[in-house]
Design a protein around this ligand. Structure first.
Ligand SMILES: [Zn+2]
Length: 642
C-alpha cells in the first residue's frame, strides 16, 4: 500500500502504490502484476511435471509419455538447430509451383487440412449462435498480421513504427531462407500492400462486438454464386466437410475483398504472400535465427526487453497444445479438492445474491426480470477442470520430432473440430486449460468457467478472511456472471441462443445506463493523451461494476460482513475493497499500454480498480470519502446497472 495517498484521490495508488514501486517490470515481461506472478508460479509447477515426465521412458501413448516427449522434443534445441528451416522447405517448394488462382485456393485448403495453419481462408466448426444445440460450419477470411486493422490504415507515429518493424521482419525472415536483401525488401512491400487491402474491408473491433450484425447464415451454393473465385462447395469438400446446406460466413466484406484480390493481384505476388505466411507462421518453431527474428519484431511492438526463457515458453506451449493431458497431471499434483467444494458454495452464494438484485432492480419490468432470472438459473458452472478429459486418442507424440508433433497436433485438432458436425453439442469441454490464470463466460453455453490456475491467493485463500475472498475470487465470479448480462451477453437467452428476450423499454433503459459507463471510461487517459475506448471495453466494465456489487452484497451476508471487527486496523468493508484493488496491482510498459488500449477489451488496471468503486455507496462509507476527493461522484451520478 501507499498510505501517503488519500484513498479518495486514487484508490489504486493507495492500495498498490508501494507494490508497484518495489516490483519493477522484469525484462522478460511487458506488464507485471498479480496475474503475471501467478502465471509464473503455475508455469514452474507445469515445468516440474514436464521435466519429471520427460526424464524417464513412459509407456507409449500414455498421458505422461505424450506430454513428457512433447516437452522433450520442444527443448531438444540440438535437433531443432540442425534442421534450420528444413521442416517447411517442401511447403515453400509446393507454393513455388502454384500456377493460377485455383492453385492458390487448393493450397489454402491443403494447409488447413494438413496441420499447416491457414493464411487467408479459415474453415471450422462451432455452435450455431441462434441454435446453440447444433454445430455449424463457418468460413471466414483473414490474412492480416498487425495487432489491429488501424495499424495498416493510420499514419500516426505508432502505426508507422509498427509498419516499419513488420516490413523489416518480413525481409529478415526471407533472408534466412536465402532470399537476397533487395528481393526481401520488395517482398515486404508486396505483402504489406495485400494485407492493407484486406484490412480496409475488416470491421473495427467495436463493430465486431455486435453479435447480430456478425451473424450471417448463408446457403452454401447460393453464396458461392456471388464470388468469382471462391466456390465454397468445393472448398468445403476439400476441407473434408460434406453434407451441409448452410454455413456461417463471417465478415463477408472481407471474403469478397480477398476474392477480388485473387484476380487483381498477380499469382507470383500471391506465392510471395503464401510463402511469407508459411515462414512467419512457423518461425517460432524453427531454428534460433527464426525465433530471434520473431522476438525482435514482437518486442518492437510490446517493449519486451529479453525473450522469455525457452523452458517457460515450451511449458506454455505444451499447456496450449496438449492441455487436457497436462491438465490431468497438474490437477492431480497441485489442486486441492477442497478448493472445488469451497468454490461451488461461493458460486451458489453469488448466484442467489444476483437473483435478489435482479428482483430488486428499479429500472426493469417484471416480465424481463422473470426472463433474466430464468437465464441466471440456467447458468452452468465449470470449476478447476473439465467434467471429462479429452484424451487425444490416436495422437502420436515422438521424442525426436518437435515440428512433426506440432503438425500432428494441429491435424488432430482440425479433425476433432470438424468431427463435431451432425453430433449433439459436447457440453463436457472446458474452454481454458487447468493451469490458466483466468476465468470466462460463454454466451452460447451460458456457462461460467474458473480454471484451477486462478483458484489461489490473492484471489482465493482458505486461510484468508471472507472480505479478502469475496473482494478477490468473489468479484471474479460476479464479473463472469455479469458477462451474461453485459452489452453482448444480454443478447443471448437462457439456452445460449442469440435471441432478444428483452422488452423494448427495458432494453432502452439498459442502454441508457450502459452509455454512462461508456462515458465514464472514455474520460480516462493513459500516457498523458491516449483515451480508453469506452465502447470497446464496455462489456468488461459492466462486468466489473456488476461483479463487485454482487460480491459485496454476498459478502454482507457472511459473519464477517455483518461485523465491525478490524483486522490489521482495517474494517471488513475496507478489506473487501482493498482485496479488489490488490487483485489488479500491476504495471506495464508504454508500448504494451498503447497496444492494449487499441486491442484489449479490458481497461487498464488502475481504471478497473477505481471505476466500479466510485459508483458504490459502500466504498464512500468505508473510507469516509469527501466531496473534495478527486474520485468523488455525487450520489445521483453513481452508475447502477446490475
Ligand atoms: Zn471479463
Amino acid at each position: 500500500m501507499d498510505k501517503t495517498v488519500d484513498p479518495g484521490n486514487d484508490f489504486f495508488e493507495y492500495a498498490n502504490g508501494n507494490w508497484v514501486k518495489s516490483n519493477p517490470i522484469p525484462a522478460k515481461e511487458t506488464r507485471y502484476g498479480t496475474f503475471t506472478v501467478l502465471r509464473d508460479n503455475n508455469n514452474k509447477k507445469v515445468q516440474t511435471i514436464l521435466v519429471d515426465a520427460s526424464k524417464t521412458p513412459q509407456p507409449k501413448g500414455s498421458v505422461k509419455q505424450r506430454v513428457g516427449d512433447m516437452y522433450y522434443s520442444a527443448m531438444d534445441t540440438v535437433t531443432i538447430e540442425k534442421r534450420g528451416y528444413a521442416p517447411i522447405r517442401t511447403d515453400l517448394e509446393r507454393i513455388g509451383q502454384i500456377k493460377n488462382v485455383d492453385g492458390i485456393i487448393n493450397e489454402l485448403t491443403y494447409e488447413r487440412v494438413n496441420g499447416l495453419g491457414g493464411s487467408l481462408l479459415f474453415v471450422g466448426v462451432g455452435q450455431d449462435s441462434k441454435h446453440p444445440d447444433t454445430y455449424i460450419t463457418s468460413v471466414g477470411a483473414g490474412g492480416t498480421a498487425l495487432p489491429d486493422r488501424d495499424n495498416y490504415l493510420k499514419n500516426d507515429p505508432r502505426s508507422l513504427k509498427i509498419q516499419a518493424a513488420y516490413k523489416k521482419y518480413i525481409a529478415d525472415l526471407f533472408a534466412l531462407t536465402g532470399v537476397p536483401a533487395e528481393q526481401g525488401a520488395k517482398n515486404a512491400e508486396t505483402i504489406f500492400a495485400i494485407e492493407k487491402e484486406i484490412a480496409k474491408a475488416q470491421k473495427s473491433r467495436v463493430e465486431l462486438r455486435d453479435p447480430n450484425a456478425n451473424y450471417n447464415k448463408v446457403n452454401i451454393d447460393e453464396f458461392s454464386k456471388q464470388y468469382k473465385n471462391f466456390n465454397f462447395r468445393q472448398i468445403l469438400t476439400a476441407s473434408k466437410i460434406t453434407g451441409q446446406d448452410s454455413m456461417l460466413a463471417s465478415q463477408p466484406r472481407v471474403i469478397k475483398r480477398v476474392d477480388s484480390l485473387l484476380t487483381a493481384v498477380p499469382v507470383s505476388d500471391w506465392q510471395t504472400f503464401l510463402k511469407w505466411k508459411m515462414i512467419s507462421g512457423n518461425a517460432g518453431s524453427l531454428s534460433s535465427p527464426f525465433v530471434k527474428a520473431n522476438f525482435n519484431y514482437s518486442s518492437a511492438l510490446s517493449g519486451q526487453q529479453v525473450q522469455t526463457p525457452r523452458n517457460e515458453r515450451m511449458a506454455n506451449l505444451v499447456d496450449g497444445s496438449l492441455g487436457d493431458l497436462l491438465g490431468q497431471l497438474y490437477v492431480e499434483k497441485y489442486f486441492p479438492q477442497a478448493a472445488k467444494t469451497y468454490m461451488v458454495n461461493l458460486v451458489e452464494n453469488l448466484k442467489v445474491t444476483l437473483g435478489e438484485r435482479i428482483q430488486g432492480l428499479d429500472w426493469m419490468s417484471p416480465e424481463t426480470k422473470q426472463r433474466a432470472l430464468k437465464k441466471l438459473a440456467a447458468f452452468s458452472v465449470k470449476i478447476a477442470f473439465p467434467d471429462k478429459w479429452q484424451n487425444y486418442d490416436g495422437l502420436v507424440i515422438n521424442r525426436d520430432d518437435y515440428y512433426g508433433n506440432l503438425k500432428r497436433i494441429s491435424v488432430w485438432r482440425y479433425n476433432e473440430n470438424i468431427g463435431h458436425l451432425g453430433k449433439p453439442v459436447d457440453k463436457t469441454r472446458m474452454g481454458m486449460t487447468p493451469p490458466t490464470v483466468n476465468a470466462s463466460y460463454s454466451p452460447n453455453r451460458n456457462e461460467i468457467t474458473f480454471p484451477a490456475g486462478i483458484l489461489q491467493a490473492p484471489f482465493f485463500d482458505f486461510d484468508a478472511d471472507d472480505a479478502m475472498n469475496y473482494g478477490g475470487i468473489g468479484a471474479v465470479i460476479g464479473h463472469e456472471m455479469t458477462h451474461g448480462f453485459d452489452d453482448q451477453g444480454r443478447q443471448f437467452d437462457a439456452d445460449g441462443a442469440l435471441r432478444d428476450w428483452w422488452k423494448k423499454e427495458d432494453a432502452d433503459k439498459f442502454k441508457e445506463r450502459a452509455d454512462k459507463v461508456v462515458q465514464q471510461f472514455n474520460n480516462f487517459v493513459i500516457l498523458d493523451s491516449i483515451h480508453v475506448n469506452g465502447k470497446l471495453t464496455l462489456g468488461e466494465n459492466i462486468a466489473d461494476l456488476g461483479g463487485l456489487n454482487i460480491a459485496y452484497a454476498a459478502f454482507k451476508k457472511t459473519k464477517e460482513g455483518k461485523s465491525n471487527v478490524k483486522i490489521d486496523g482495517f474494517t471488513p468493508d475496507q478489506r473487501f475493497f482493498m482485496s479488489w484493488a490488490q487483485v489488479w496491482r500491476s504495471s506495464q510498459r508504454p508500448e504494451s499500454a498503447q497496444q492494449r488500449i487499441q486491442t484489449d477489451p479490458h481497461s487498464p488496471e488502475q481504471f478497473r480498480t477505481n471505476a466500479p468503486i466510485v459508483n458504490m455507496d459502500a466504498w464512500y462509507n468505508a473510507f469516509d470519502i469527501k466531496p473534495t476527493n478527486k474520485l468523488y461522484k455525487k450520489p445521483e451520478d453513481r452508475i447502477k446497472i446490475w
